[in-house]
Design a binder for this molecule. Structure first.
Ligand code: 62N
Length: 834
């Protein structure tokens, strides 16, 4: 290792020429043993051991570290533009398997452990999921980072290091119980604390204006309660390209100089105890439903993330380029993951004006040419708002700026629509309800140069519906970026059997160019491929069956059709419709009408927000129906229903390779995109679904003959809703009536009267926004077709192969190129493909 000259402006000495570490199994073994004994102080190794996992992570991390430093140096020297993906959630899951894959040392690591008599798979099991997200939105952010590193985009993720991530789900008598997720308890070997980059975040206090000797007014935000933001960096390796990007997660800590006054007044212990309040900010991830109501701590989290991240970027700017911010907007873009970080708009204004001395117009130009907003929901009730009063006391200076943004925006509106007071009221950033509230989505739209939805249908509906007036005012801002998933995690790593089979037929290019899967199309009827394809699926189903047995004690049969719905539990996603179908199959088999049906295992998994009663009732219903079905001798070998407990990222890595049928059955117009639908498709599941979210594009890509479509369309729904009468639908459908009779009669809640009442009432509600009854018949018929199709295994395998072969478009590599082309405009890092 040699010491090199000073860096450009900082005067720091730079240590360069890190000797690069060997990547062979000997070197990995030696380093793993080194960490195991020298750092962790262990004398012996066991097969299933956390310390060995930690030691292997350290050995792996060393190999990432040299590439990480190289990547930072490269970026620093290039003076190029960078994007920041700001998100309250990054649902990373486990990192080891992905790191080994991307470093191309999976085999070497396996061999190294093999020599210790240890199976690498057992070591993977030791890793705790980093569950810093709720569902699709958080996992999307994680897939984006993988793709950016792989295609060489200089993108940094900014998020929060929650002490407790997504809760663990346990079932007690079929009901969801939440337990804290202590993912940091045994230490988290992937993170690097960067205490030297800590920032101070201000809360509370008041705003004062000071005139200087030049008669200029300065705004000061004083008497604040300050909290320290400490960054922890995670490495984000690209696939075999020596690039390592960064995910920077902020953790809250008390400032050392906390509450000097109290300290001096003698209440030393009170002052020290105040530490707690500061550290609360990043204590826990909010396990939110699609709706949220004004929780103070949540707003604190949002501001804490945004202020720390923007300060971090501005600090680096000044270090590298000095105080002139003239070129700042040419070198930065901030992508806001939903409205959760929308407070970045007024916060960047504040930092530019109050800390960096810019005037309003210059600051506004920079803000509105660097901010871009992604929307993830069409549910109007899920649009985030915050009480003005809360802003007033927590972030008084930020509120002033929001008011000023609004005043200037509304004068633009009145120029466009002179004399139209209604539109002023409906577009205002402040909703003048008795309790005044800030509309965060509108703030995000006004402050951004780009507003995108996450699937074609979703983006279209946003412009026609929720954001119609804004789309009229600024059509150029609105665009679509259809979601994707990373095929490295969601095919190469989680389905090694299928990955090997595909690579054997078409070569390995698909791992970084998913469109190459198209080359499978001509082979869809190849008998040899078909046979191997089925064998891989069967092995994956056996693997999942083992996991289900471990989790539930129930044996499921890999020979049956695996019919899978895993996602957050929400009424709009209609797990209820799926259960109604399960009851229908149960009824058919009971009445002796089940002979044409393929044996089927229905698997449902997902978490309900702890405060979402209806979602929790649906979980209870699934489990009650399952208990009856799974113990009825008449169902044996014909039908099973499994509730998969504690569904998370690692669960999906076992589930999606094993699915035959993918349930994507939301009420049309409610699911923004969906991404589980893409993971299933990529792994050869056939979709049964509505024309909602990205299902529309999936069906277009695979062809209508390879997709089981059902249900009302977005355009049909309003007319049907006019005189919607679920009871008359039930009464005129013999199968539906029988299903409801079983449920009404307490067949599934024999000794628990009324536990299903709310759910059954919801089905019959003439105002049921999810229109479960309206789609019952169509769903049952589509399921019938799917079942029939499955009986012809050659035909089914052809559909399965064509689904994988058509999934190229749903890679986040494509999604990220779209963002970069239309929004970010970054230069790709030249990739080392040696
Ligand atoms: C999903 F504000 N959204 C979409 F705190 N939201 O439902 C899905 F209340 O259709 C998309 O495919 C996916 O985003 C990716 O675009 C989603 O996952 C949340 O997790 C969420 C979290 C917090 C809130 C609201 C929603 C909060």
């Amino acid at each position: 290792m040699t010491v090199r000259s000073e860096t450009e402006n900082t005067g720091d000495m730079e240590l360069l020429n890190l000797s690069s570490l060997d990547m062979d199994s000997d070197a990995i073994l030696a380093d793993t043993i080194h960490y195991h004994s020298r750092m962790l102080g262990r004398r012996t190794v066991r097969r299933q051991e956390h310390f060995l996992y930690q030691a292997l992570v350290h050995a792996t991390r060393d190999r990432l570290m040299e590439r990480w430093i190289e990547t930072s140096n490269l970026l620093q020297g290039r003076h190029g533009k960078r994007a920041c993906y700001i998100s309250l959630e990054f649902l990373m899951g486990r990192l080891l398997r992905n790191a080994l894959l991307n470093l191309d040392i999976t085999e070497q690591a396996g061999e190294a452990l093999g020599r210790l008599g240890v199976d690498l798979e057992d070591i993977h099991e030791q890793e705790h999921d980093a569950g810093l997200g709720n569902g699709g939105l958080g996992r999307l952010a994680a897939c984006f980072l993988d793709s950016c590193a792989t295609i060489g985009l200089p993108v940094i993720g900014y998020g929060l290091r929650y002490h407790f991530g997504m809760f663990r789900q346990r079932l007690e008598n079929g009901r969801q119980m939440e337990e804290p997720d202590s993912w940091l308890r045994e230490g988290y070997p992937w993170e690097i604390e960067r205490i030297e980059r800590a920032r101070v975040i201000k809360f509370g206090g008041r705003v004062v204006r000071i005139r200087d000797s030049m008669a200029r007014t300065h705004v000061d935000w004083v008497d604040t309660h300050d909290v320290l933001a400490i960054p922890y960096d995670l490495p984000i390796p690209g696939y075999k390209n020596d690039i390592v990007n960064t995910l920077r997660l902020w953790s809250a800590a008390a400032t050392d100089e906390f509450d000097l006054e109290e300290f001096n007044a003698g209440s030393y212990t009170d002052a020290v105890a105040a530490k707690n309040e500061a550290e609360n900010i990043t204590m826990v991830l909010y396990p939110n439903a699609e709706t949220d109501s004004g929780r103070e701590l949540r707003l604190r989290q949002q501001y804490f993330l945004v202020s720390a991240s923007l300060q971090d970027i501005l600090h680096d700017w000044v270090l590298q380029y000095g105080p002139d911010l003239g070129q700042f907007a040419n070198k930065h873009c901030f992508q806001l993951n939903d409205t959760h970080p929308a407070i970045a708009v007024p916060e960047l204004m504040r930092l530019l004006m109050d800390d960096h001395g810019l005037g309003w117009d210059d600051a506004w130009k920079i803000t509105t040419s660097t901010m871009a907003y992604t929307n993830h929901t069409l549910l109007p009730e899920a649009l985030e708002t915050w009480p003005v009063a809360l802003f007033e006391q927590m972030l008084p200076r930020v509120l002033e700026i929001i008011y000023e943004i609004n005043a200037r925006f509304l004068s633009e509106v009145s120029l466009r629509w002179p004399g139209n007071l209604d539109i002023l009221g409906s577009m205002s950033l402040i909703q003048e309800t008795p309790e005044k509230i800030v509309r965060m989505a509108y703030l995000a739209i006004v402050g951004s140069f780009s507003v995108n939805g996450v699937a074609e249908l979703h983006s279209r509906l946003l412009q026609k519906g929720l954001f119609r007036d804004f789309a009229g005012l600024w059509p150029h801002k609105f665009n679509n970026k259809t979601n994707g998933v990373t095929q490295r995690r969601w095919l190469a790593a989680c389905n090694p059997g299928l990955a090997r089979l595909i690579t054997g037929r078409i070569g390995p290019g698909w791992v970084t160019d998913l469109d190459q899967l198209e080359r499978l199309k001509p082979l869809a009827d190849d008998a040899g491929l078909q046979e191997e394809w089925r064998a891989v699926k069967h092995a994956n189903k056996a693997r999942l069956a083992d996991d289900i047995h471990t989790r539930t004690g129930i044996y499921v049969n890999p020979e049956t059709l695996f019919d899978v719905q895993v996602k957050r539990i929400h009424e709009y996603k209609r797990q209820l419709l799926n259960v109604l179908h399960a009851v229908h199959l149960y009824d058919r088999i009971q009445r002796g009408d089940g002979d044409g049906l393929p044996p089927r295992t229905i698997i449902i998994g997902g978490k309900a927000a702890p405060g979402y009663e209806m979602a929790k009732n649906i979980i209870k219903m699934i489990n009650n129906v399952a208990a009856v079905i799974n113990t009825d001798p008449a169902m044996r070998g014909r039908l099973q229903l499994i509730f998969y407990p504690d569904y998370n990222v690692s669960g999906m890595e076992l589930i999606c390779p094993a699915a035959d049928l993918s349930e994507q059955i939301s009420t049309a117009g409610k699911e923004a995109s969906g991404t589980g639908n893409m993971k299933f498709m990529m792994n050869g599941a056939v979709t049964i679904g509505t024309l909602d979210g990205a299902n529309v594009e999936i069906r277009e890509a695979v062809g209508e003959e390879n997709f089981f479509l059902f249900g009302l369309t977005v355009d049909e729904i309003p007319a049907v809703m006019e005189d919607y009468d679920p009871q008359s639908i039930i009464d005129t459908d013999e199968d539906f009536a029988r299903v409801m009779r079983l449920l009404d009669n307490g067949h599934f809640n024999r000794f628990e009267p009324h536990v299903l009442d709310e759910v059954l009432e919801a089905v019959r509600d003439t105002a049921d926004p999810w229109m479960t009854a309206a789609d019952f018949r169509a769903f049952i018929d589509a399921q019938e077709s799917a079942g029939m199709a499955y009986q012809d295994q050659q035909h089914w395998t052809r559909m399965s192969i064509l689904n994988t072969a058509s999934s190229g478009r749903f890679s986040t590599d494509r999604t990220m190129r779209d963002y970069n082309r239309d929004i970010w405009g970054l230069d790709e890092i030249p990739v080392n493909t040696s």
